[in-house]
Structure formats: structure tokens, C-alpha cells
Design a protein around this ligand. Structure first.
Ligand code: NAD
Length: 352
């Protein structure tokens, strides 16, 4: 087989291991940062506060105001706080929402980011930013928002509730699944994607059974790193477009939406992506990867369908129209009627 591909490695330093979040200061020193603003969500400020305290005089304080999908008002307020406190960088301690707020600050000011991820969403490995204004989420790519260093500490994830652990892990696997059939996939991405799915699918049942299991947590966070790396390296397809439209229009919880949609989109794309299906089957140890992913998603014990998330069938028309009008690259062409049929299945939680 002759190969043809392009791959752009991203300049992120990654430090991984239990207790590593106590070494954030060393990462700041390596980057020449002397006074960083520490960010978190309000609900996670205790953990971020500990990181901030451990930084001593290097911390310009904690700003615990991050929220899902980065509302522009919160982004503007955070930029003002960073300027007032004379910050020369940001440390984001949290999931995609907190890292998203750091990215919004970086987009405006160029301040470098050190990310300490505590979910499996993967934003820390990407130059993708998002901002929400008047109910619409804009996203873009900018090298300035790519964190300079990422500190993965599985100890910080031991308290991540099982439902969010599972749905967030599905979010990481969604990046890997779509990377496998992305127009700009490459051999290294395929390796990362299949390893992400293998490790995450192996870890989540163990996390669900014993949430404080350090090895399971380590495996899940390792898989999250790989999933985020896939997201940073490739162009996402129909699944991410649908989740973006569903989340942006109806404010649905990000990780739940990914978790519910992924098996249905994979089933939809399967015939057009036989190699991806084979690779995923090998990683999951099954000939039916869509069904296997659905089973893993159900470990969350939460919403099983778009209907459970509170959508009514009429809502699906608006999403189908939005996605058909501004599609992402996808192997199987998807018009409004096909998208509506896919959404109907995900709405009712149809068997796969
Ligand atoms: P999140 O950051 O919104 O966190 C969800 C909740 O979990 C919050 O209340 C948070 O305080 C809490 N939490 C986080 N870590 C915890 C822990 N270890 N223990 C206990 N509670 C914890 O959720 P998310 O799914 O990580 O991020 C979703 C957001 O990230 C969305 O806005 C999405 O668009 C964005 N995202 C962006 C990218 C990108 O590349 N730009 C990639 C993935 C996701």
C-alpha cells in the first residue's frame, strides 16, 4: 500500500502522573511565568484553590467563574481580571469549560496557558477556542490558545462523578472515532485514536465499578490525552457538527450529548468508513463498535436519548436544517432528511 498524508505536530509539553499537579510551579518556571491567574468553575474552586496556594507568590489569585460554552460576558470579565492583576499567564484547573475560559483570555491577550485537566474532554490538546453570544457558539482555531504545557494528574480525577466520567470519556472517544475517518487523518493519528478507544473502553467500566481506582483513573486520563491529541490534529465530522448544533441551540450538557450521539453517528457512517469500523472493532474486541460504544455510554446511568435530555421531535428539524446548511467534512454525505432520521433514532434511543 502506498501512503499519502500530512501531519502537523503541536508544540505542547505534556507531564503525566499521580501528584503531578503539585509540580505546576516547575512548568511555570520552564516557561518563564512569574504571576499566573488560576481559573476554575465555581464548583471546583477548592481543588483549583489548592493549586493556587501551592504556587505561592507566583499566583495572581483564583478566578472561579468558568461556565460551559464560554459566554462572552464571562470571557470579557476574565480578561479584565487578568489585566487588573497583572497576570503573565493562566493556569486552568478543570474541564473543557475552564480551559475554554483560559483560551478566551489567550485569544484576546496572548497570555500563555498551562492546563491541568480534570475531565476527559480533551480541550487542553487543541488550538480550538469557542465563545457563546446570544445563544450562538462561535469556534475557531488559533495557535495562541493552544496550552504551552499540560499537567495530567489522575489524582485530581478521582472525585469526578461516575456519570460525568463516563460521558466525558465518551467525548474523548468521539474525537478518536471521528479522527479515524477525518479527511486529514494520518498513521500517527490512527495509532493514537485506536489506543484512545482501547484504553478508555477498558478504563470506564473499572471507573464505574470503583471510582477511586487509581489505575483505572490513570488509564482513562491517558486515553483522554490521546483523544484530545486526535482532536487537535484532525478535522472533525458529522458527530461534532451535530453536538455543536444541539449544544449551541438548546444548551444541552456537552458530555451527555456526545455520549448519546456517538453510537448513532458511527452507525450512520459505518458503511462509508469500513477501515475505521475495523480499527474500532479491533480496539473494542467486537464486530459491532457502535453497539459497544452505546453499552459503555449507558454505564453513566443517566439520560439514554435526546428525548431524555428534554428535546421534543420538533426541535430536531431546526438542528437538521442547521447542520445540512453548514455541514462539516464527512465521509458519508448527509442531507437534511438523513440527518433528521439519525436524530430521530438518537431521540428515541433506538436499538443499534
Ligand atoms: P466542564 O468543564 O463543563 O465540567 C463539568 C462539571 O464538572 C463542572 O461543574 C466542573 O466544575 C465539574 N468538574 C470538573 N472536573 C471535576 C472533577 N475532577 N471532579 C469533580 N467535578 C469536576 O465539562 P467538560 O465536558 O470537560 O467541558 C465541556 C466544555 O468544553 C464545552 O463547552 C465544550 O464545548 C468544551 N470543549 C472544547 C474543546 C476544544 O478543543 N476547544 C474540546 C472539548 C470540549
Amino acid at each position: 500500500m502506498t501512503r499519502e498524508f500530512a501531519y502537523q505536530a503541536l508544540p505542547v509539553r505534556v507531564a503525566f502522573g499521580p501528584g503531578r499537579s503539585r509540580e505546576v510551579a516547575a512548568e511555570l518556571d520552564a516557561l518563564g511565568l512569574r504571576r499566573v491567574l488560576v481559573l476554575s468553575t465555581p464548583g471546583h474552586k477548592d481543588v483549583a484553590g489548592e493549586v493556587s496556594r501551592a504556587l505561592g507568590g507566583r499566583s495572581a489569585g483564583l478566578h472561579a467563574e468558568a461556565a460551559q460554552h464560554v459566554p462572552v460576558d464571562l470571557a470579557r470579565a476574565a480578561v479584565a481580571v487578568a489585566r487588573e492583576r497583572g497576570a503573565d499567564g493562566c493556569v486552568a484547573v478543570g474541564g473543557g469549560s475552564t480551559i475554554g475560559l483560559a483560551k478566551a483570555i489567550a485569544l484576546e491577550t496572548g497570555l500563555p496557558i498551562v492546563a491541568v485537566p480534570t475531565t476527559y474532554a480533551g480541550s487542553e490538546m487543541t488550538p480550538v477556542w469557542g465563545l457563546t453570544e446570544d445563544g450562538r457558539k462561535r469556534t475557531g482555531r488559533d495557535p495562541r490558545v493552544l496550552p504551552r504545557a499540560v499537567v495530567y494528574d489522575p489524582d485530581l480525577t478521582s472525585g469526578l462523578p461516575v456519570p460525568l466520567s463516563v460521558t466525558s470519556g465518551m467525548n474523548a472517544m468521539a474525537h478518536a472515532v471521528e479522527a479515524l475517518y477525518a479527511p486529514d487523518t494520518s498513521p500517527i493519528v490512527e495509532l493514537m485514536a485506536t489506543e484512545c478507544v482501547r484504553a478508555m473502553a477498558g478504563a470506564l467500566p473499572r471507573v464505574a465499578a470503583r471510582p477511586s481506582d487509581p489505575e483505572a483513573r490513570s488509564d482513562a486520563l491517558y486515553a483522554a490525552w490521546l483523544g484530545g491529541s486526535c482532536l487537535g490534529a484532525t478535522t472533525m465530522g458529522l458527530h461534532h457538527r451535530l453536538c455543536h448544533a444541539l449544544g449551541g441551540t438548546f444548551g444541552l450538557p456537552h458530555a451527555d450529548t456526545h455520549s448519546i450521539m456517538l453510537p448513532y453517528v458511527l452507525a450512520f457512517n459505518a458503511a462509508a468508513a469500513p477501515e475505521a469500523v475495523r480499527s474500532l472493532g479491533a480496539a473494542l474486541g467486537t464486530a459491532g463498535p457502535a453497539g459497544a460504544l452505546r453499552e459503555i455510554g449507558l454505564l453513566a446511568g443517566g439520560p439514554r436519548s435526546l428525548g431524555d435530555l428534554g428535546l421534543v421531535p420538533d426541535d430536531l428539524d431546526a438542528v437538521a436544517a442547521q447542520v445540512a446548511e453548514t455541514p462539516y467534512a464527512n465521509l458519508r454525505p448527509a442531507g437534511r432528511a438523513e440527518i433528521r432520521a439519525l436524530l430521530d433514532d438518537a431521540w428515541s434511543g433506538a436499538p443499534l
